[in-house]
Design a binder for this molecule. Structure first.
Ligand code: MSP
Length: 681
């Protein structure tokens, strides 16, 4: 009788397409990828899901601000996510888009099911809404900041469908009580329980003020709340709501998910709302929801709105995907916030990969090549065998157990530390046994001893490489090929043991796997990031919030007679005068202008704005020579929080129209004489 393979279904959050992917998104995705790869190496029937969250007001606004239709915009950004995951070696089995028909059908099925079961009613709602987080901030008063992101919430007044979340407090608490492992780590579980005990109000689950969403079945004036839409992806991706028998079987097989991996800021949606929807619908619960911390850059959470993101592509181009993957697992203590820096990345790469694993592989393999003609030698069990070999073999066996235990407990950094402990022990063993000196002696015992030392080193290398494979798949696959072994991903982790390396295996072609990175690698990556940021600055791409969209006014059509570009971008959504007056636009005169070193798009300006002189770094160097700007009147956004560009503080932003495909800037100017400091209203 054939035994049924254990199934394992893991998901990432589906990412919003209003922002391009950065290493924060990469973090979650890489963690899931390594977990999925390991499950496959244990022989499990694994399904790894990722995708993009494409509906809602935020996306609609971003599309408009970029002059694109929502569908065109989401197609593009969703494609960027997929392309990046392919380059990062992400082995997702399915990529779901919330604009797909299968998903829309499933979400409508869920809505109808909740309705049939009496958990949905129609009522009216007046309250505060954060568009950026797509979150109802029930405790906010108008004009106050969102409790999650700090942006000012908007007043919404609508007739909506509501979900009876208030009725779910007791069943939810019972669920948490009976399933202590449902929410991981413990701190998040405690927060969730505290939240459910104090504040559960009914949840508005439809909107009528915009249309970029999934229509409520039978009432298309309403679109379904984006979080209900998004959360359902985990079930619709495996066939929920499909009338086709094959899909229904797939759903029955894979649902519930084994792990939903998320960042800590979306715990409430996953640990309160999603279980509440599932309880109300009478559907099985995911087995575990795991929340990790944030990746910080320059001391704050990496995010588009803070302008402190690092793109994975930069690291990919300079050091390769495995360098970033290794760093994220080794350097960040899973569950806690952790900092990213290019210095730390390169340091880890050099110490652990280039000098560590890469060096062990090249010295072991090249000695086997030189002394044994490229064939794995015989390890003598008698005369040439000493306690040193036995110690390495024992440590390797212990490391397999320890690595597996720590990895399965989400202690990735400690798991790698244990594995690299074995690596250092082997390095030390090689230094102490001096195979190069043994090779100089020509007697039979020495030859036997040399074979034993090199077999021991190669076998340890095989085990380290196999265990590290899910984390650094590309380089470990190369080392396996050099060891003369075939497809590393087919290694059975259930039976990985010391002594499985066959004597006589012929090595493959030996090549360096991790070339050492020098200081210039850091500079190159920093420069690539700066150039990307200044290009974005030059285009002055608007944020999702209406206030910022007005501040940079990119949607204004280009003035004649400049070569007419494409059709003007559509207008941004309406704002109130209160939104507008928050932006302090002032007239100033450029006093000095100079190029910023090693940044071909940036100019450093000093601008007299009547009250004071400001330093402004602007991405306009391609359009304006510095000398042409001195003495010119300009408009600046004077109350924008300062930020650093190429290490230089920019104390405001210059206002320009953005022309043509590449967003070439044309500075705002006046015909009349205007004094410095005059405010634009
Ligand atoms: N679309 C929602 C999720 C819906 S899931 C049904 C969303 N999208 S998001 O694009 O904002 O992605 C958030 C997720 O990306 C985080 O929960 C986390 O997994 C990952 N990260 C984004 N920035 C991050 C950091 N700076 N650090 C760590 N993870 C980060 O929320």
């Amino acid at each position: 009788m054939s035994e049924q393979r254990q199934k394992f279904y893991i998901t990432t959050p589906i990412y919003y397409v209003n922002a391009r992917p950065h290493i924060g998104h990469t973090y979650t995705t890489v963690v899931c990828d390594a977990i999925a790869r390991r499950h496959r190496m244990f022989g499990h029937d694994t399904l790894f899901l990722t995708g993009t969250d494409e509906h809602g007001q935020k996306i609609e606004r971003s599309a408009a601000a970029n002059g694109k239709s929502p569908q065109q915009f989401t197609d593009e950004v969703s494609g960027e996510f997929r392309a990046l995951w392919d380059r990062m070696g992400i082995t997702y089995d399915k990529f779901i888009r919330t604009t797909s028909d299968e998903h829309k059908r499933g979400v409508q099925a869920m809505f109808s099911l909740l309705q049939e079961r009496g958990y949905i009613y129609k009522g009216s709602y007046t309250g505060q809404y954060c568009v950026s987080d797509e979150l109802y901030a029930d405790d906010n008063t108008p004009g106050t900041p969102c409790p999650v992101c700090g942006r000012i919430t908007e007043t919404v007044q609508e007739e909506n469908y509501f979900f009876k979340l208030s009725a779910m407090a007791e069943p939810l608490l019972k669920l948490y009580e009976e399933n202590p492992n449902l929410i991981y780590p413990e701190t998040r579980r405690n927060e969730v329980i505290a939240f459910v005990k104090t504040t559960l109000r009914d949840l508005s689950i439809s909107r009528t003020t915009f249309s970029w969403g999934i229509p409520v079945p039978g009432d298309p004036a309403h679109v379904i709340y984006v979080w209900l839409d998004a959360l359902c992806n985990y079930a619709t991706a495996v066939g929920f709501g499909s009338p086709l028998p094959a899909d229904q079987q797939r759903y029955a097989h894979y649902w519930p998910a084994d792990v939903h991996m998320i960042g800590k800021e979306i715990v409430r949606f996953h640990c309160v709302y999603w279980p509440a929807f599932l309880l109300a619908a009478g559907l099985p619960m995911p087995k575990q929801i795991v929340a990790h911390g944030w990746l910080l850059f320059e001391e704050s959470k990496m995010s588009k709105s803070r302008g402190n993101i690092v793109r994975s592509e930069t690291i990919l181009e300079v050091l390769g995907a495995d360098a970033l993957r290794y760093f994220l697992f080794r350097e960040i203590v899973f569950g806690q916030d952790g900092s990213f820096s290019f210095d730390a990345l390169v340091q880890r790469f050099n110490s652990d990969l280039a000098n560590g694993l890469g060096n062990l592989a090249s010295r072991t393999l090249s000695m086997i090549q030189r002394y044994f003609g490229g064939e794995i030698p015989y390890p003598s069990a008698t005369i040439a065998h000493t306690p040193a070999e036995a110690a390495i073999a024992r440590l390797a066996e212990e490391t397999i157990v320890e690595f597996n235990r720590l990895f399965d407990a989400y202690q990735f950094s400690r798991a790698l530390e244990a594995l690299w402990g074995l690596l250092s022990a082997v390095d030390k063993y090689i230094v102490e046994t001096q195979p190069w000196a043994v090779a100089e002696k020509e007697d039979r015992d020495s030859r036997s001893r040399l074979g034993t030392i090199l077999y021991t080193s190669a076998e340890a290398l095989r085990i380290i490489t196999a265990l590290a494979h899910p984390i650094i798949p590309t380089s470990t696959a190369k080392i396996f090929t050099q060891l003369g072994l075939s497809d590393i991903s087919k290694t059975d982790l259930n039976t990985l043991h010391w002594g499985q390396l066959n004597v006589g295996t012929r090595l493959g072609k030996i090549e360096p796997v991790f070339p050492r990175a020098d200081k210039s690698a850091i500079e190159r990556m920093q420069q690539m990031e700066e150039e990307r940021k200044s290009a974005a600055e030059a285009v002055a791409a608007p944020e999702a919030t209406p206030a910022a969209a007005v501040a940079v006014a990119p949607a204004v059509p280009a003035p004649e007679p400049v070569a007419a570009p494409d059709a003007p971008a559509p207008l941004s959504p309406e704002i109130t005068i209160d939104d507008f007056v928050k932006i302090d636009l002032r007239v100033g005169t450029v006093l000095t202008a100079e190029k910023v070193e090693k940044a071909d798009k940036l100019l450093r300006l000093t601008v007299d704005i009547g009250l004071e002189v400001r330093q402004i770094v602007a991405g306009i160097a391609k359009a304006y020579a510095p000398e042409a700007l001195v003495g010119r009147k300009v408009v600046i956004v004077a109350n924008l929080a300062p930020r650093k560009l190429r290490g230089i503080e920019s104390q405001g932003m210059i206002v320009a129209a953005s022309l043509g495909e590449h967003g070439s800037p044309a500075l705002a100017a006046f015909i009349e004489a205007v004094p410095n400091g005059a405010r634009l209203k």
